[in-house]
Design a protein around this ligand. Structure first.
Ligand code: GLA
Length: 385
């Protein structure tokens, strides 16, 4: 009887552990050597929906260079859904839509590589993409070989029309097919947080979406943030929680845009801008390239922030950094300004990362934080490297 009770208690403990956020624990990490820090780049979907063209990708890549995004770390130029022709070719291969991509994907990859950037592409782990184009389920090896032959560096793999096949089976098949090509290809699992992907994602890919699609509203940002912030234990170098592409520049206020960038940096989230970079304002470009905020996102320790306090819509996140500094984010979800503060023991120097304001010798970081806004600090500590 006692043995049965002990066994039941053990099952309960394991179950609670599995439900409570926890960490990747028993899942062997899949290591393709890529994404040691969260991937950075651009993707067309948030601004253009199913409207991607070769011309847009070229002009965006050029803008990423001229506006300083490449030099700030944005590396991948990612094509989303609707690049394909409606049918495979006679040999069964995916082919680009000849009207939208008249020179094909290989020529585009060459062009993007010539600018010092990398090319990403989209496919679907089902029978059809979300836009109704050919899916890769059952064609994984052929399609992975095709992407590698074109010179693709990143695959976003979506989950529409899965026909009831379990996610791990579908995502595992493409993982193995990509590995078999021998080409380094970042593998982005886009299954909308289904089947608790964070609990197994690091055994399958380099990043995994934690939620359904983000929209360019503060409410959507809050939903995605709250769904992701508790999952920090699952992410680390090589495998990241993905709260979806950035909506900075797509219609929120500048305050909200900066909140999104700051939250994503604290979460060690991929920074894939979804803005129309060909028309983005100087303010949007400046925010996207803030080096101090990017440095928090890209910190080599790769440990996402912890939500250390959350009361009445006022949140404090703390992220440990590789050199012993800590990043502290004061985030005001509410509709009115608020005085916020947090104490960091041993603090020697404090810098606010959006204003650049510096102060010394205070263990308290404090700010009047605007509605929907943030104050983001990097705090040096005694004994830091
Ligand atoms: C899904 C994905 C989006 C985007 C669209 C394209 O909704 O989650 O990010 O790729 O499909 O159809």
């Amino acid at each position: 009887m006692a043995t049965v009770r002990r066994a039941c208690a053990l099952v309960l403990v394991l179950l609670l552990g599995a439900l409570a956020g926890g960490s990747a624990g028993s899942v062997p990490r899949w290591d393709n050597g890529l994404a040691r820090t969260p991937p950075m780049g651009w993707n067309d979907y948030n601004a253009f929906g199913l409207g991607v063209t070769e011309d847009l990708v070229r002009r965006t890549a050029e803008r990423m260079v001229s506006a300083g995004l490449r030099d700030a770390g944005y590396e991948y130029v990612n094509i989303d859904d609707a690049w394909m022709a409606e049918t495979r070719d006679a040999g069964g291969n995916l082919q680009a839509d000849p009207a939208r991509f008249p020179h094909g994907i290989k020529a585009l990859a060459d062009y993007v590589h010539g600018l010092g950037l990398k090319l990403g592409i989209y496919a679907d782990a089902g029978t059809q993409t979300c836009g109704g184009l050919p899916g890769s389920l059952g064609h994984e090896q052929r399609d992975a070989r095709q992407f590698a032959a074109w010179g693709v560096d990143y695959l976003k793999y979506d989950t529409c029309n899965a026909n009831g096949v379990p996610a791990r089976q579908r995502y595992g098949a493409m993982r193995d097919a990509l590995a078999a090509t021998g080409r380094p290809i970042v593998y982005s699992i886009c299954n909308w947080g289904a089947e608790r992907v964070w609990a197994w994602g690091s055994g399958y890919g380099n990043l995994w979406r934690t939620t359904l699609d983000i929209r360019p509203t503060f409410d959507s940002l809050l939903d995605v943030f709250h769904a992701t912030v508790g999952l920090s234990g699952y992410a680390g170098p090589g495998g990241w929680n993905d709260p979806d592409m950035l909506e900075v520049g797509n219609g929120m206020t500048r305050t909200e845009d900066r909140a999104e960038l700051s939250l994503w940096a604290m979460l060690a989230a991929p920074l894939i801008t979804g803005a129309d970079l060909t028309t983005a304002s100087a303010g949007t470009l400046a925010d996207l390239t803030n080096p101090a905020v990017i440095a928090v996102d890209q910190d080599p320790l790769g440990r996402p922030a912890t939500l250390v306090s959350s009361r009445a819509g006022l949140d404090v996140l703390v992220k440990n950094l590789a050199n012993g500094d800590v990043a502290v984010l004061l985030f005001n979800e509410t509709g009115t300004d608020a005085a916020m503060s947090w104490t960091v023991p041993g603090a020697t120097a404090v810098r606010e990362l959006w204003t650049g304001a510096a102060s010394t010798a205070s263990t308290e970081v404090a700010a009047r934080v605007p509605a929907h806004g943030v104050a983001m600090f990097r705090v040096g500590r005694a004994g830091a490297k």
